[in-house]
Design a protein around this ligand. Structure first.
Ligand code: GDP
Length: 176
């Protein structure tokens, strides 16, 4: 239930990463607990909200901006991450090049976004382990160096999706 004296903290969260790594699918899994194998790519910015209860008195509400199609219009990206409090940068564990693209997004965020932005790296499609092209340790080492949260996720199986967003919520600055 909703605690009478509870407090809700709202944050803007953006998803970035190469096309088809599963950004929209991760949002759908997190917000609607649903996965659609044949979903068509969204065009334009999709906006969804989801809350996470951290404890009886603390709720974090994410305003989620899925930057659908933005990877094709790179000049528009700053519009999406301007004022973002947190970002999920996604790659596909079966596509090594998508990790390089994710690293480029992280660099851009660390140079141009809010200096306090909380960034998580998500290695998505971990259900496709037999086609893995990026070792967990490789990505974990990079994430540690760059100061990122890191999870391997599957929007399809739901593996680590709640954990990803909850760990971001826990890292957000909540006033004392
Ligand atoms: P986006 O362009 O980054 O938003 O990627 P989408 O969410 O549109 O996903 C691209 C394709 O990958 C779609 O066919 C999805 O069904 C598929 N997909 C997304 N997440 C996963 C996952 O975790 N596992 C598998 N096997 N497929 C996924």
């Amino acid at each position: 239930g909703t605690p009478a004296q509870g407090k809700t903290y709202q944050f803007k969260l953006v998803l970035l990463g190469e096309s088809a790594v599963g950004k929209s699918s991760l949002v759908m899994r997190f917000v609607k607990d649903h996965f659609d194998e044949y979903r068509e790519s969204t065009i334009g910015a999709a906006f969804l909200a989801q809350t996470i209860s951290l404890d009886d008195n603390t709720t974090v509400k994410f305003e989620i901006w899925d930057t659908a199609g933005q990877e094709r219009y790179k000049s528009l990206a700053p519009m999406y991450y301007r004022n973002a409090n947190c970002a999920v940068v996604v790659y596909d564990i079966t596509q090594a090049a998508s990790l390089e693209k994710a690293k480029a997004w992280v660099n851009e965020l660390q140079r141009q976004a809010d200096p306090n932005i909380v960034i998580a790296l998500a290695g998505n499609k971990c259900d496709l382990d037999s086609r893995r092209a990026v070792e967990t340790e490789t990505a974990q080492e990079y994430a540690d160096e760059a100061g990122l949260l890191f999870f391997e996720t599957s929007a399809k199986s739901a593996h680590n999706v709640t954990q990803l967003f909850t760990s971001i919520a826990k890292k957000m600055p909540l006033d004392q």
